[in-house]
Design a binder for this molecule. Structure first.
Ligand code: GAL
Ligand code: CA
Length: 347
């Protein structure tokens, strides 16, 4: 009799507590109907670097959460709609790669109303927006460190190769391909790369600075225009990312560069496979490795935790900086350590 009673009590406990135990493990939704739902957006799927971040994020999510993932197609109002839909569908957390960093406040208000936590990633919201909602955090990169390293690539090349000063005036005549204006990474890469060069005692003259919006074909168009205007007065091409550098190299090749002694130093940021190929061929000087796996995994770790009501960093290897932010660090890449970039961008 006693045995029978104990057995019944255990059965009842299993029935009642079972779903909660599973929920606590992050395997099951509160209503016991399936895995925890997470809503994620990427600002546009056809951004080179973000396509690798997405791959790492999706891979980390397999079997762990019910992931809803949308391409915001570079349209903030589309992204706002996607977020509304996610909230209606009952997501337990959001991982948002903003289209427009300035839209962070609007997104926070949506999440706050629905009491849903958010992990922003790659496009950094203003610090006061992050502070304004206790359930929002940021995963990104050490923006300034990337910019300084890009500057150091320029300094090293300039100091070790006097021929780069084509007109022998001791000044670097450069053109700058800027990423998206208002994007923290683009702003700081544009200024801090040059500040680093100047801090090394090198004078610079900016011939052109325009935005190529992180995009190869825009980089190519701008470079064509600048070559038509300045031809070999340009001594350095500085791009905020590899995609735009790739476009510039295409324009340079079409104008006869990289054959005979017609040369142009080009630097970028990211370390994408196409840039690695160009560095190998001597058609790009170097880049700064932006490790997409680390960002994808960090974003997933945080969003999975908060979706399950845990501390964002619980059980992860990440730590916060000053402003509820996790930052992935960088490495300078030249022809001597290409393997690091190859590894970071492999599956
Ligand atoms: C940067 C990256 C760029 C571009 C951008 C998108 O960190 O270097 O290539 O992907 O993010 O926001
Ligand atoms: Ca010069």
């Amino acid at each position: 009799m006693l045995k029978k009673n104990v057995f019944c009590v255990i059965c009842v406990m299993l029935l009642v507590l079972g779903p909660f135990c599973l929920y606590a493990n992050g395997q099951q939704d509160a209503d016991g109907s399936g895995t925890v739902k997470i809503g994620a957006t990427i600002y546009k799927f056809d951004d080179n670097y973000m396509s690798f971040v997405r791959k790492a994020f999706e891979k980390a999510a397999v079997g762990k959460v019910d992931l809803l993932l949308a391409d915001s197609m570079n349209d903030q109002s589309k992204q706002n709609d996607q977020i509304d839909t996610y909230i209606v569908k009952g997501v337990k957390a959001l991982a948002i790669n903003l289209v427009d960093p300035a839209a962070a406040g609007t997104v926070v208000e949506k999440a706050r109303k629905a009491d849903v936590p958010i992990i922003f990633f790659n496009k950094e919201p203003a610090a006061d927006v992050l502070k304004s909602y206790d359930k929002c955090w940021y995963a990104g990169i050490t923006s300034r460190e990337f910019a300084v390293m890009e500057g150091e690539l320029i300094v090293d090349a300039w100091k070790s190769n006097p021929k780069l000063d084509k007109n022998n005036d001791g000044v670097i005549q450069y053109v700058m391909l800027k990423g998206e204006p208002g994007h923290a990474d683009a702003e700081v890469r544009t200024t801090a790369s040059i500040e680093t060069v100047e801090a090394a005692g090198i004078s610079v003259e900016q011939l052109e600075l325009q935005t190529g919006m992180w995009d190869s074909s825009k980089g190519k168009d701008l470079m064509e225009t600048w070559l038509a205007k300045y031809d070999d007065k340009i001594e350095f091409v500085i791009a905020n990312n590899d995609a735009m550098a790739l476009g510039a190299v295409e324009a340079l090749k079409a104008a006869g560069y990289f054959s005979g002694d017609k040369y142009m130093p080009v630097v970028g940021v990211d370390g994408i496979p196409e840039a690695v190929e160009l560095i190998k061929k001597g058609q790009m000087l170097g880049t700064v490795l932006n490790d997409p796996k680390s960002l994808g995994v960090a974003t997933f770790d945080l969003v999975q935790n908060v979706a399950n009501g845990r501390d964002p960093l619980a059980g992860t290897k990440w730590t916060f900086g000053k402003n509820k932010d996790v930052r992935v660090s960088c490495v300078k890449i030249t022809k001597d350590n290409l393997d690091l970039a190859v590894e970071a961008y492999s599956d």
